[in-house]
Design a protein around this ligand. Structure first.
Ligand code: IMP
Length: 447
């Protein structure tokens, strides 16, 4: 990995790969840490000096006071959640001041978006009992889909900059509240009509607090690059949840692959010089949708327990299974990945043998190494596995790649050969120190 360049960190599976830890590690090598997609549906857990921080909207770079954090225009911001996050960081003596900038063009997740998200999921899952298809997505109920839908619809959308313009916000919410009340009624929500005056008041109050942070972040970032500063783009969610390239419709509503960076920040793609693809040593997924290597067995349970695979955002148990390299290779291709970080390798200790999916068998018996980003066709494939030996010892204290058991080195070697990418980082535990790196950081080399 190169130091002194703009870098993107992106998840190559269905999320929760441990991007937060790698962003935190690579933060030392960059000046600006930028979120470009998603909203409070993402959850990054970072452990620094034994202290655990769970972040949803603010880039984890906030934990390093000399860095600048930016929430780009492609993010959907729930101001209530954002303020909660700021308050809880400040309570723990983490400074949130001039070091956090929020795009005035980022769209706002409104309370009615969250109600709509939850109500629609409820209606769809209840209907599933009577119909052949279950159309619910298993969303995080954070209002993400409805907020992005409003952005695309345009007329009823609210952006962060609107929170600073009282008259405009007041008159817009008069119309929006009347329409949204009818829509929520239609979804069977028996709630009182939305009150535009109360909503305006609460948004303006939140806008007042967030005002020092709300700017045109496109200029912030371009000016920073002109001064020779480097940017770390922090992907939220993951490539297989990308609205265009993931397992649609069981995806989130943004471009969470690196393809979302240019539109979500205003930085052209040619400025992204390296892309670190984050993958777990196995696979997990939350919510609905196809998952070819899922283990609905003692193996899946064992991975879940060893890996503590429960959602940061919703607490839901994650679905677990073997490593799917067909999926990883596809995501790596879409994201322009230049190196890999293999997370949670320690979770695989104590298994006698491990399986790696290298191809899919189609219903007609043919074998393909292509991923199928289509939720109706993907469930028809059967994984083709390579079985490799496991290792018995715990590896959570290993910091040198050569000290890993030979079977773990072989496992990493298979990942590198099959994907054609170097595994530059191996994570063997949640703490910063529990990391095996092939390339030193700028900090380590005195940069
Ligand atoms: P939404 O983003 O809340 O609309 O949820 C859509 C789908 O994406 C659901 O299956 C969620 O569980 C999944 N999802 C969204 N964000 C994440 C994430 O950060 N990690 C894992 N899954 C996610």
């Amino acid at each position: 990995m190169k130091v002194g360049t703009n870098t993107a960190v992106v998840g190559l599976q269905w999320g929760d790969e441990g991007k937060g830890k790698i962003v935190d590690l690579l933060t030392a090598d960059h000046d600006y840490i930028v979120r470009y997609n998603g909203g409070a549906n993402a959850g990054h857990t970072v452990v620094v000096a034994g202290k655990k921080y769970a972040l949803h909207l603010i880039p984890s770079g906030i934990l390093s006071p000399e860095k600048n954090c930016v929430i780009g225009n492609g993010v959907v911001v729930d101001p209530e959640k954002l303020l909660e996050e700021i308050d809880s960081l400040e309570k723990r003596d983490v400074m949130v001041a001039n070091n956090l900038k929020i795009s005035d063009r980022a769209h706002v997740v409104m309370p009615y978006h969250k109600e709509h998200d939850a109500a629609l999921e409820q209606v769809l899952s209840s209907a599933a009992g009577q119909m052949d298809e279950n159309l619910s997505i298993g969303t995080t109920k954070r209002g993400i889909g409805p907020a992005y839908a409003d952005k695309v619809h345009r007329s009823l959308a609210i952006r962060m900059g609107d929170l600073l313009d009282a008259d405009h916000l007041r008159s817009k919410l008069q119309v929006i509240c009347a329409i949204r009340t009818r829509e929520l009624d239609a979804l069977g929500l028996d709630t009182p009509p939305l009150d535009p005056a109360a909503l305006t008041r609460s948004l303006l109050e939140m806008g007042e607090r967030l005002k020092p942070h709300i700017v045109d972040t496109v200029y912030t970032l371009h000016e920073a690059m002109d001064e020779g500063k480097t940017i770390l783009f922090e992907g939220a969610n993951a490539c297989l949840l990308d609205i265009d390239h993931g397992t649609f419709p069981y995806v989130t509503s943004s471009n969470c692959s690196t393809l979302g960076i240019p539109s979500g920040t205003g930085i052209p793609g040619r400025h992204i010089e390296q892309v670190v693809g984050i993958m777990k040593a196995y696979t997990t997924r939350v919510g609905e949708g196809p998952f070819p290597t899922e283990e609905l067995s003692e193996t899946g349970d064992r991975i879940r327990e060893r890996g503590n695979e429960y959602g940061t955002t919703t607490g839901r148990p994650r679905r677990c299974g073997w490593l799917d390299l067909v999926a990883v290779r596809y995501s790596a291709m879409i994201c322009g990945t230049t190196s890999l970080a293999c997370m949670l390798l320690d979770v695989l200790s104590t298994f006698d043998e491990l399986k790696i999916c290298t191809a899919y068998r189609l219903p007609d018996g043919t074998v393909t190494d292509r991923f199928i980003p289509d939720a109706h066709r993907l469930p028809m494939v059967t994984p083709v596995y390579e079985t490799v030996p496991g290792w018995s010892e715990e590896i959570t204290d290993v910091t040198n790649r050569d000290d890993l058991p030979p079977e773990a080195l072989h496992y990493l070697d298979r990942i590198e050969t099959i994907t054609g990418l170097p595994v530059d980082i191996v994570s063997v535990g949640p703490d910063r120190a529990q990391t095996v790196r092939s390339v030193p950081t700028a900090e380590a080399i005195g940069g």
